[in-house]
Design a protein around this ligand. Structure first.
Ligand code: ADP
Ligand code: ZN
Ligand code: ZN
Length: 803
């Protein structure tokens, strides 16, 4: 009986979003397993594509003649059965292609690359043949734009044909090692036979004898510090030794490699019951979800570490998610410091090779603890015993592009099948999670006090409506400037937050109001002083800062808004005695830039750390006694029902950076809305108060957590086509919904045009709609056939942005 492999091919379209049948050749019948990547021929041109085996069966669903699998890319499955099932669940719940989900779950190095090659067709003219020169074929990617133009023309005329060729990028890094092949007596004999002046050979023979005695096989890299490589090659030829390539892992944190491990701290009376309660669920293998609501500095991280230790002691593994921006070297050091080499790290700061190697260490069971950002939710851990999501309220856990998953949902799903408890931790839990705890779906655990009776810092509000009358300068009120100066003179440190949400520096003409806009997107360009240019943050367009207004010619064109660079400049003027470190996307773009700045600040090389949102999280510096917020309000003006929640979270997090050690902390918040409830509750460190106030508002507006939301977006290069499409989709959806559901819009996207495409959207709010999934799948099916006409449809369940 021939066996059939069900394969999801690497062709992300609706028509191909299902398993295809392939015959397993006899030679592969013992090796092929679900979760392996294979090469197959697919489609009209029988083009070679990669695919993923998702099942093996005796039965074919396809009645025609089956093609065989060409070969496998992997020796062992890269997705285990649990992850394979997860990929299918992910595709269903996020309305994404199955293959897209599979690729999201694998490191980039396991994604097959496709190159385009051209070769002559039968009709090629001598002129066209000349384009190929002496070669039989050309790789399109290697041609210069000038060379490409005539080639493309010949392709269009059918004189050259294009062939797609895929290749695997998984490459393992190896290091050569020296393996002695003889025994001591043999080497000794060779030594006596050497000519007197063969000093290098003598040195090598002596070294070989030492390695044999110690049973060592040293790395060539080390040996060549004293022995030339040519000696090793010659010795290998003579049969004295063998050079062996051994696989090595690229370690993203080599500086942490050989550190002594930290031991568990004695728990405080608040921490102990939390660890005991979760520990009991770990021991009982119960898939319970705990919400750990703990103020900043209450010792949540220590609690996580001790719970993880309990899971490891049971022989199980642990998954810990941290938001990208909180994955500071400080956090990695704390986890690696406790569990050493058992820890693998996964985040966007690693190189592709490092990511691949960390993934393989997990896959092989060599790392039992994973700490990582959003995508670590797919870490190939087996036998998971505990999952932790720190700062569970963070919107960065939601992926904005397909597959539009929320890492929290992925982890909860995995924990269910692994019978493992989940801890969601935060000082400011999301309304969704806190509401579930209120209903008893999650178990609420609290750490209401800081460690060692440290008080939470005093928070003062500064009313910016009066600041200028009272001697404020630029973006600084007089009290904030005075507080900063006081810290500098006392040799204490300050953290200054510039809230960038909904705000950026742009260039505008004071004469005629002209704003410099992106030519591709309906959005103003952002000023970058370091490169003296204007950039579009959406499409990457860049241009020079104009000296005169392109519209009216006036010289009074200048920048508005508060960029970090501008604040830094005014700070240097107003407080020349202060040393300022600026931390934003520009100063942390290079690999390790983030770590370097934090290290410098930790070593007191600066008095003030000035930065955007990225300084609000996870930093623990004992000498920071002042936190200043330059503009608390910018996010409040956004047309987003989460605006208050995000402002409250940000202010609470950043305030938590002050007074974490023995010196008390103080927080100054500059605001134009000192009466706003989000700011008032943040001032009082009152999460529970905020939660109930915000729940009442959400209830009145029919917003989450009372309703689910889903955003449907259509885009097209022609505006009228996009508009027409969204209205007909709105009708189709509305017809399928119950009267309880609400449809907002359709409206043009807040950025109506992006990368030369026009966007229209609608938002559906609903409680229980059994038909919604079916109608959305139908819409995807139908619009896929119109992709040729240039339509793109995106479905975003529980979107984080509504504009
Ligand atoms: P959170 O994650 O809640 O902000 P941390 O885990 O960073 O809090 O703890 C704050 C500080 O308290 C850290 O410096 C940590 O080392 C210390 N700490 C935590 N638990 C204990 C404990 N049981 N005994 C002594 N110090 C502790
Ligand atoms: Zn743009
Ligand atoms: Zn002008």
């Amino acid at each position: 009986m021939p066996k059939i492999a069900k394969v999801i091919v690497d062709v992300p379209t609706m028509q191909t979003d299902r398993p295809f049948d392939y015959l397993i050749p006899a030679v592969l019948s013992d090796t092929i397993q679900p979760g392996m990547r294979v090469w197959v021929q697919f489609g009209k041109g029988a083009r070679k594509v990669s695919g993923m085996v998702v099942a093996i069966s005796q039965h074919a669903d396809y009645a025609g003649t089956l093609k065989p699998i060409l070969t496998t890319l992997d020796y062992a499955p890269v997705l285990n059965p649990e992850l394979l099932a997860l990929s299918q669940w992910l595709a269903q719940t996020t309305y994404a292609f199955w293959i897209t989900c599979i690729q999201t779950m694998l490191p980039a190095r396991l994604k097959v690359d496709t190159d385009k090659w051209v070769h002559a067709s039968a009709t090629a003219s001598p002129q066209t043949l000349k384009l190929l020169g002496a070669q039989a074929e050309l790789a399109l990617a290697e041609l210069t734009p000038q060379a490409l133009a005539p080639v493309m023309k010949a392709v269009q005329q059918g004189e050259l044909t294009v062939e797609y060729r895929a290749h695997d990028r998984a490459r393992v890094k190896t290091e050569d090692h020296v393996v002695p092949l003889l025994d001591i007596a043999d080497y000794d004999q060779l030594l006596t036979e050497l000519r007197k002046n063969a000093k290098q050979k003598a040195h090598l023979l002596n070294a070989l004898m030492t390695w044999v005695t110690r049973a060592e096989t040293p790395a060539v890299k080390q040996v060549t510090q004293t022995i030339p490589r040519t000696q090793l090659t010659q010795a290998a030829k003579a049969g004295w030794l063998r050079l062996e390539a051994r696989e090595v892992y690229r370690d993203p944190y080599p500086q942490l490699a050989n550190q002594a491990l930290t031991t568990a701290l004695p728990l405080t009376p608040e921490q102990a019951p939390v660890v005991a309660t979760v520990g009991a669920a770990v021991a009982a293998e119960q898939a319970k979800t705990f919400l750990l609501e703990g103020v900043t500095g209450s010792g949540k991280t220590e609690v996580y570490l001790q719970i993880i230790a309990q899971a490891l002691a049971k022989g199980r593994t642990a998954l810990m998610l941290v938001p990208e921006i909180a994955l500071t070297p400080q956090m990695v050091q704390r986890v690696r410091g406790r569990f050493g080499a058992a820890v693998a790290v996964m985040h966007s700061g690693l190189s592709e090779g490092e990511k691949f190697d960390e993934w393989r260490r997990i896959q092989r069971g060599e790392a039992q603890v994973v700490v990582g950002a959003r995508s670590a939710a797919f870490a190939p851990l087996r036998n998971i015993g505990i999952c932790i999501i720190d700062e569970e309220h963070e919107s960065s856990y939601k992926q904005a592009d397909a597959p539009r998953y929320h890492a929290r949902d992925v982890v909860l799903h995995r924990a269910q099948s692994a019978h493992a408890p989940v801890v969601l931790g935060s000082a400011t839990p999301s309304l969704e999670s806190r509401a579930r705890a209120e209903k008893g779906v999650y178990t609420l655990l609290r750490l209401p006090h800081r460690i060692n009776q440290q008080p939470l810092p005093q928070v003062h509000l500064i009313d910016m409506r009066q600041a200028y009358q009272q001697g404020g300068r630029d973006d600084f009120s007089a009290p904030l400037l005075a507080a900063l100066a006081k810290r500098v003179s006392r040799h204490e440190q300050s953290v200054l937050l510039l809230n960038r949400r909904g705000y950026s520096a742009f260039v505008m003409c004071r004469e005629c109001g002209y704003k410099v806009m992106c030519p591709n997107c309906d959005i103003s360009l952002t000023l970058h002083m370091d490169t003296h240019s204007l950039r579009c943050h959406y499409c990457g367009h860049e241009e020079a800062i104009p000296q005169t207004c392109p519209s009216c010619g006036s010289k009074k064109i200048r920048y508005y808004g508060t960029g970090t660079q501008k604040v830094e400049a005014s700070l240097n003027q107003l407080l020349p005695q202060a040393r300022v470190l600026r931390m934003d996307v520009d100063t942390t773009r290079r690999k390790g830039g983030h770590a370097k700045l934090l290290k410098a600040f930790g070593a007191h090389q600066a008095d003030i750390l000035l930065g955007t949102q990225m300084i609000a999280k996870g930093l623990d510096f004992p000498d920071v006694t002042l936190v200043g917020v330059i503009n608390a309000d910018t996010g409040l003006g956004l047309p987003d029902f989460r605006a208050s929640e995000r402002t409250f979270q940000l202010l609470t997090q950043v305030a938590g950076r002050a007074g974490r050690a023995d010196k008390p902390g103080e927080v100054l918040i500059q605001t134009f809305n000192p009466e706003h409830y989000a700011i008032r509750f943040a001032q009082a460190h009152d999460y529970e108060g905020f939660f109930y106030a915000e729940m009442a508002i959400r209830h009145r507006g029919d917003y989450p957590p009372y309703y689910y939301t889903l955003k449907l977006t259509v885009s097209h290069q022609t505006e009228t086509k996009a508009a027409k499409a969204i209205y007909s989709l709105a009708q189709q959806v509305t017809a399928a919904l119950s009267p309880d559901a609400r449809v907002l819009g359709p409206t043009p996207g807040a950025i109506a045009r992006l990368k030369n495409r026009y966007f229209y959207q609608m938002v559906i709010k609903y409680k229980h709609e059994p038909n919604l999934g079916a109608v959305l799948t139908q819409i995807l099916d139908e619009t896929q056939s119109s992709v040729k006409n240039g339509f793109q449809v995106a479905i975003d369940p529980e979107p984080q942005d509504f504009i």
